[in-house]
Design a protein around this ligand. Structure first.
Ligand SMILES: [Fe+2]
Ligand SMILES: [Fe+2]
Length: 432
């Protein structure tokens, strides 16, 4: 039998039910919010390199929470103990996007690692994986290349997914990424989300990328101030020495050189001096690729009365960079910006040289509407050109041969090139 005091107490509790309910709701809301912060409610996770791709990995993530964890948990796939690393926390440009970045060093080459953000993944499907690059070309290395990525989300999603099906070691992305023009942060949200959701290879392995700058990363497109006119490019992406032109060496088997075709650095001057030094240091590297945004041998945007290669950026590239590539030899130069498919003839000194000319591959049509290409009668520099969305899929082999395929969004291989030697032979450019 309950006492009248107990009954009165129970009545009080019932009368306070709405208060208790709202208190419970508040607790639930707080738990959800902190859960979001712990689970990061991520906008993007992406992998880049600032130094040796065989022994380091730079892990970046973006969310909207100033107070969420800076901690990365990682371990070699199959190891029992987790390691932690503290990320540096910055903002993307002047937006509220919160960027965290940590470079992991001392990693084992060609090894799969798993990682979680804020905490160790409870189950395998909670986390991600990355794989370091091999130190030697002990197995074929594959990468994809393209640029001009996102006229809209649907188009970038489709080609990012195509890249993931190919499961390459990394991607080389040559500018005009989110078409944010240094301003539109929400376009970066889409770009980052699309990469995180779609560009995941086998076994939840995120595909790392090396990145280049294009006109649509920069307020005004060209001659921008570093970093203010390309605030997202310079805050989202860690590159060697934080520059838009840099070299990455993959053991002795490959070097990749990113260049800035006039967006935040002049084509000539200090950049071309640096390129000369960078190439001289890499004479003994087996394969050597360069990638940049504006093409030397494009397919559209011809100035009045001229050809695409008469555009002032193209002329500057021919004057300042191509003699250096001819002098030291290169495997291929990836170009972008013109939104078409292009494979050039081999060219040297502005002429066809089928034996030892440079090879130009482009023209940036990852996820943008293609344009028109010159007719075969006009386009003497073009071996193949068509307005078609594509990416390049490159495979390098230890014997110095390579295969380059053009793959469209449906997965059709519509062009293919077999290289029988890794670089063009060094030739001193003709003096004018
Ligand atoms: Fe462009
Ligand atoms: Fe573009």
């Amino acid at each position: 039998m309950r006492t009248s005091r107990e009954v009165e107490q129970e009545m009080k509790t019932w009368r306070r039910r709405p208060e208790i309910l709202s208190w419970l709701l508040m607790v639930l809301w707080a738990v959800l919010l902190s859960g979001a912060a712990v689970a990061q409610d991520l906008v993007g996770v992406y992998l880049t390199w600032k130094s040796d791709p065989a022994t380091t990995m730079t892990v970046n993530w973006v969310d909207l929470f100033e107070g969420s964890s800076n901690q990365l948990w990682y371990r070699r796939n199959g190891a029992t103990d987790w390691l932690t690393a503290e990320a540096v926390h910055t903002r993307a440009g002047v937006s509220t996007l919160q960027v965290r970045r940590v470079e992991l060093t001392g990693l084992l080459p060609d090894t799969l690692y798993e990682f979680g953000i804020g905490k160790a993944p409870l189950k395998e499907t909670d986390g991600w994986r990355f794989r370091t690059m091999p130190a030697e070309l002990s197995r074929p290395v594959r990468f994809v290349s393209g640029g001009d990525m996102m006229h809209n989300r649907e188009m970038v999603d489709a080609m990012n997914s195509r890249a993931a099906v190919l499961d390459p070691d990394f991607a080389m992305l040559g500018g005009d990424l989110a078409y944010a023009n240094g301003v539109a942060a929400t376009r970066w949200v889409d770009w980052l989300q699309s990469w995180m959701k779609n560009s995941v290879g086998k076994d939840r392995r995120l595909i790392p990328f090396v990145i280049g700058i294009g006109n649509h990363e920069v307020k005004g497109g060209y001659n921008g101030k570093i970093p203010d006119d390309a605030p997202f490019y310079y805050s989202l992406f860690a590159t060697p020495e934080g520059k838009s032109s840099y070299a990455l060496d993959f053991g002795k088997y490959m070097s990749v050189i990113a260049l800035d075709s006039g967006h935040t650095q002049q084509i000539g001057g200090p950049q071309s001096e640096w390129l000369g030094e960078a190439l001289a240091k890499r004479s003994a590297q087996q394969f050597l690729f360069a990638f940049y945004h504006y093409p030397a041998y494009g397919t559209t945007k011809a100035p009045k009365g001229g050809q695409p290669y008469d555009a002032k950026q193209s002329v500057a590239i021919r004057e300042h960079w191509l003699p250096l590539f001819e002098k030291y030899g290169a495997t291929a130069l990836f170009e972008n910006d013109h939104h078409n498919y292009k494979r050039s003839h081999r060219l040297r000194n502005h002429k066809r040289d089928d034996d030892n000319g440079l090879l130009f591959l482009g023209d940036g049509a990852w996820g943008v509407k293609p344009r028109e290409v010159p007719s075969p009668e006009v386009g003497w520099w073009l071996a193949k050109a068509e307005p078609r969305n594509h990416l390049f899929h490159v495979e390098l082999r230890a014997d110095g041969t390579a295969k380059i395929e053009a793959v469209d969004v449906k997965g059709e291989v519509f062009d293919r090139l077999d290289l029988t030697r890794p670089r063009t032979r060094p030739v001193l450019p003709a003096t004018k």
